[in-house]
Design a protein around this ligand. Structure first.
Ligand SMILES: Cc1ncc(COP(=O)(O)O)c(C=O)c1O
Length: 379
């Protein structure tokens, strides 16, 4: 028998209550029963995104909502600042390019800190910029970016929108759209919202809705105005992902019951324990400002990060993630967002110890687990 543990930065594990709800016989989306689901989901999404505005829901992966945050807000020939410090920052720039939006890239070495002053000076040098696109967590490096500080700068530029990819930030740490002046906050279902992949979200501020009036980029499926008009009637523009939205109602109830502050505290404690476990084994965290969503750990000298990730998965049943692109072989990642608790961390660190031993790394067995357990003792 082999038991499997999903500790990847998405998709993440799903609570059994959510799985059971999604297994119920399907209902029709124009039925009042489904309208009641949408009504509740709308309210609870506002709570999780920290906004009084509507949170739009799309049947797509997270990238669909990212793309829509370009096509609904901008026009061809507009300029936008993209923070590029990993695979997902590059995605913002690639989407801009696909729609003839000129990306002014702030290129940071992967895993480095983002200095908000750099965003400010780039904005000053390019006052015509229509949007700043960045990540809350750059999942490929495990780095967390200073969204609050950057948003406070962008707020002073009435002609510029602050757009945040919160796909591994929403429901992970504090990221209140309204209080921090985040004009567009994007989310995805397969992360801290504890659902399968297939839903994407975008909250849009009042300032954002003003921009949309002037946007001339083509849009059809991802039409924010039509989507909002329908949502306000507890309807969706097209056939929604009915079972996923029914699952979402359940996962949002679970989050609300725990309370967002407690969710953030739990995830922060799990990430801290993961780092403590790795450090006790002589390993280093890759990102200078690590996100609680996912810990990227540098592979020890002479050991391939991909071999660590693959051994964890194939031999010990723990699915984390490897490194992507330039980090392939150099790091491996263990996530702590969503449906995760202290025993997941202890399991992951124990499996890491077995893996490292198999791969010939020299260390004292049990030290990582002891450090992780110690770190979790008050959790
Ligand atoms: C920060 C971030 N942005 C964007 C994406 C892309 O989301 P999706 O694969 O759901 O399109 C991911 C997925 O891992 C992510 O972590």
């Amino acid at each position: 028998m082999e038991k499997r543990y999903l500790l990847a930065p998405g998709p993440t594990a799903i609570p059994p209550e959510v799985l059971l709800k999604m297994a119920e016989p399907i209902i029709h989306h124009r039925n009042p029963l489904f309208e009641a689901v949408v009504e509740e989901v709308r309210e609870n999404l506002k709570y999780v995104f920290g906004t009084k505005n509507e949170v739009l829901v799309f049947a797509s992966s997270g990238t669909g909502a990212m793309e829509s945050a370009v096509t609904n807000a901008l026009s061809a020939g507009d300029k936008a600042i993209c923070v590029r410090s990993g695979k997902f920052g590059e995605r913002w720039a690639n989407i801009c390019k696909a729609y003839s939006v000129e990306a002014i890239n702030i290129d940071l070495p992967w895993g480095e800190l983002l200095d908000p002053a750099v965003v400010e000076s780039t904005l000053k040098a390019n006052p015509e910029v229509k949007a700043v696109y960045m990540q809350a967590t750059e999942t490929s490096t495990g780095a967390r970016f200073p969204v609050k500080e950057v948003a406070a700068i962008v707020k002073n530029y009435p002609q510029t929108l602050m757009v945040v990819d919160g796909i591994t930030g929403v429901g992970v740490f504090e990221l209140p759209a309204d209080a921090w002046s985040i004009d567009v906050l994007v989310g995805g279902s397969q992360k801290a919202l504890m659902l399968p992949p297939g839903l994407a979200f975008a909250s849009v501020s009042d300032k954002g809705w003003e921009f949309i009036k002037n946007s001339t980029l083509p849009k059809f499926y991802f039409n924010w105005v039509k989507e909002r008009t329908n949502l306000e009637k507890n309807q969706t523009n097209f056939t929604p992902a009915i079972s996923l939205i029914i699952g979402l109602r359940e996962s949002l109830r679970i989050i609300k019951q725990e309370g967002l502050e407690n969710v953030y505290r739990r995830i922060e404690g799990l990430a801290k324990a993961t780092r403590a476990g790795a450090e006790a084994l002589g390993l280093k965290t890759f990102a200078k400002a690590p996100s609680p969503a996912v810990t990227a750990i540098v592979a020890p000298v002479g050991i391939d990060g991909q071999a660590i990730y693959k051994t964890l998965w194939k031999k010990y049943g723990v699915t984390g993630a490897g490194g992507q692109d330039q980090l392939k072989g150099k790091i491996f990642r263990l996530a702590t967002l969503g449906y995760a608790d202290k025993y997941d961390v202890i399991t992951a660190v124990a499996a890491l110890e077995f893996t490292l031993r198999d791969l010939g790394y020299k260390f004292e067995m049990g030290k990582g687990v002891a450090a992780a357990t110690e770190s979790l003792k008050d959790a």
